[in-house]
Design a protein. Structure first.
Length: 237
């Protein structure tokens, strides 16, 4: 088995090597309409090496069919290379601490249930609120949110086996990002590597302004994205 990694091809697809399993999962909502969990939909046949579409226009999705060449896809990587912890805002409650890197948000909306994760952290002396906050942070596919136990200093993380998940957003009726799990190395087109993290989301619609990461462009309008950027001061960075 070759080394497991995702290689970003300049203005082209993601080349996946090392026999990394590929799945599809759907976002499901609760009775209040809040996104709550991801459920298994499909497991793709095992392949040692495969290429995944990054431009969003392949006729053989999720795989690349070369369309990026004919449409002149611009896959320029614009994401910051600074470590997550250096970019994250810190928010603390009685028992929990949240680190939050807004620019990584893929807008899967798992953090909005029960009044939102910040309210839950503020109320984290209540065990039900604490439990829900931990659930929300751990399911955040992009890794924007990381929750920490203030007593032990340890983060709450699921132990993912290395795998890639194609996310389907049933509520928005669209295809979401690639959910990369288990600290799979991601190599830039320039040969350098991004910070290895337990969970990140990569753009597969070709529209993200934070490539290679997803920024919600698969469903958000330009006005919605602008409001989000203004809210968190991202235009100043």
């Amino acid at each position: 088995m070759s080394s497991r990694k995702i290689k970003i091809i300049k203005d082209g697809p993601y080349r996946v090597t090392g026999g990394i399993p590929l799945y599809q999962q759907n976002i499901v909502t609760d009775e209040a309409g809040h996104t709550r969990e991801l459920i298994d939909e499909k497991e793709f046949p095992a392949r040692e090496t495969y290429t995944l579409c990054r431009c969003g226009e392949s006729k053989d999705k999720p795989y690349c069919d070369g369309t990026h060449v004919s449409i002149g896809f611009d896959g320029t990587e614009t994401a910051s290379r600074k470590p997550y912890i250096e970019r994250a805002e810190i928010f603390e409650g009685p028992e929990l601490k949240l680190t939050d890197c807004h620019e990584l948000c893929d807008h899967s909306r798992f953090c909005l249930r029960s009044g939102g994760i910040r309210k839950l952290i503020q109320d984290s002396s209540d065990q039900e609120a604490k439990k829900t906050a931990i659930e929300e942070a751990m399911i955040c596919p992009s890794g924007r949110l990381v929750l920490w136990d203030k007593k032990t200093g340890k983060s709450f993380e699921k132990e993912f086996k290395q795998s890639i998940v194609l996310i389907r957003d049933e509520q928005k009726q669209c295809e979401g990002p690639l959910w990369v799990r288990g600290k799979i190395p991601i190599e830039s087109a320039d040969g350098s590597f991004y910070e290895q993290r337990n969970r990140v989301t990569l753009c597969r619609c070709g529209k993200s302004e934070n490539k290679p990461y997803c920024d919600g462009s698969h469903w958000m309008t330009a006005d919605m994205k602008l409001k989000f950027r203004k809210k968190w001061g991202l235009d100043k960075k």
